[in-house]
Design a protein around this ligand. Structure first.
Ligand SMILES: NC(=O)c1ccc[n+]([C@@H]2O[C@H](COP(=O)([O-])OP(=O)(O)OC[C@H]3O[C@@H](n4cnc5c(N)ncnc54)[C@H](O)[C@@H]3O)[C@@H](O)[C@H]2O)c1
Ligand SMILES: [Zn+2]
Ligand SMILES: [Zn+2]
Length: 367
């Protein structure tokens, strides 16, 4: 086994609070022939990490997570070692890894490049089950990750490695539905929720040429929305502005992290348009008349396949797109999670893991 160090949560014991992450030594597998060892430099803090940390006690609606848990599923770094059969990477190459690290490779979904929908279930970057040895995967809030080369992506030199990290979960999750639904010139796109996923959805939709708007509870986000390239902010708490935006959007990307009824957003979708519900995973409520009137469609998506992820990275390099981030030393991970929970983030926290080199696994910055 290889040893590294990371930020680990102990069982949440069913409390509603987020368990504290503590610095701990971790084991990584010895390299298989197709594996890369990656020095993790930057890892984004996704809202799913918060959901996962709380799921241990079933307090956040999600499935129970195996304990202990090391979150983190959007990271960038550098290859430090390669297995004997690796062909696509060499030591020193900059790479990016997202929220899937393996899939069966032979099912119908894998064959069309949608490994994220693998019939055998893709191996998640943390809290997943390794397909070879059955161990539970530990995520990217750590200094090293071992990954099969199929699920590592070349990080384009044009992209800042810290600001690019969130592309690997937040980015690809909104990229695939925007592409699949045909966002581009002549389409009207609205994005609900202006967090990690939402702000990247706005940047992508604008760069694809769509007429893009933001839907938010508060008018405070108007300047932010404009800066990101959106034409308008629809304030969801203002009934008059919601009524005025009725049937307006061909594609509505819903990234809201809390459970909510879909009616208010469906009424903003245009004739034959689509609501892509990406944020809160789990049961939803809606009135079917809100679909019937206007022949509207309800869709969803999550993560991305290898082909789509590589295409998204190339698009980002060509258009200069990365996330707007607040970079913190990884020792401040608990503060980042707390602020994310309170919505105090513009628009993504990214952890700089290099501080894990500076003191021992039980060093003074513990917790
Ligand atoms: N489908 C997938 O594969 C996938 C991938 C990544 C994240 N997610 C989920 O997407 C959601 C968003 O993730 P994120 O990292 O962008 O989170 P985030 O915290 O950065 O953003 C969430 C946004 O939702 C808004 N919001 C929260 N509660 C709201 C409410 N009641 N009404 C209106 N707006 C509200 C917040 O103000 C914020 O703008 C999370 O639930 C996350 O778990 C899903
Ligand atoms: Zn995520
Ligand atoms: Zn498969």
């Amino acid at each position: 086994m290889r040893t590294t160090v990371g930020w680990r949560a102990e069982p949440s014991n069913g409390t509603a609070t987020t368990p504290t992450l503590r610095r701990a030594p971790l084991e990584r597998r010895d390299l298989r022939p197709d594996d890369l060892a990656v020095r993790v430099d930057y890892c984004g803090v996704c809202h799913t990490d918060l959901h996962a940390l709380r799921a241990g006690g079933g307090t956040d609606g999600g499935p129970a997570q195996p304990d202990p848990l090391v979150p983190g599923h959007e990271f960038t770094g550098v290859v430090t070692a390669t297995g004997s059969e690796v062909t696509r990477f060499r030591t020193g190459d900059p790479v990016a890894v997202g929220n899937i690290v393996d899939s069966c490779g032979v099912c119908a979904m894998c064959r069309v490049g949608q490994e994220n929908f693998c019939h055998a279930f893709p191996t998640l970057t943390y809290g997943g089950t390794d397909r070879v040895d059955g161990s539970t995967t530990l995520g990217g809030y750590s200094r090293e990750y071992v990954v099969g080369e199929r699920f590592a992506y070349s990080l384009p030199a044009a992209l800042d490695p810290a600001a690019a990290a969130p592309l690997l979960c937040a980015g690809i999750t909104v990229w695939e539905p925007l592409r699949a639904l045909g966002a581009g010139p002549g389409t009207r796109v609205a994005v609900a929720g202006l967090g990690g996923l939402g702000h990247l959805a706005v940047k992508f939709a604008v760069a694809l040429g769509a007429d893009t708007s933001v839907i938010s509870r508060s008018p405070d986000k108007a300047e932010d929305a404009r800066r990101l390239g959106a034409r308008e902010l629809v304030v969801s708490t203002d009934p008059e502005r919601m009524a005025a935006a009725r049937d307006r959007f061909d594609i509505l990307i819903d990234t809201v992290s809390a459970p909510h009824d879909l009616g208010a957003y469906l009424r903003l979708v245009a004739l034959d348009g689509t609501l892509s519900h990406l944020g809160h995973l789990g049961p939803v409520t809606l009135e079917t008349l809100d679909l019937l009137i206007g022949r509207k469609k309800l869709s969803s998506a999550g993560s991305g396949g290898r082909k789509g992820t590589a295409e998204m990275l190339a698009f980002c390099a060509a258009h200069g797109i990365t996330a707007d981030i607040e970079l913190l030393p990884s020792a401040r991970v608990n503060e980042a999670l707390d602020r994310l929970d309170r919505g105090d983030v513009r628009h993504r926290f990214v952890l700089d893991l290099s501080d894990l080199d500076r003191s021992g696994p039980q060093g003074p910055t513990d917790g």
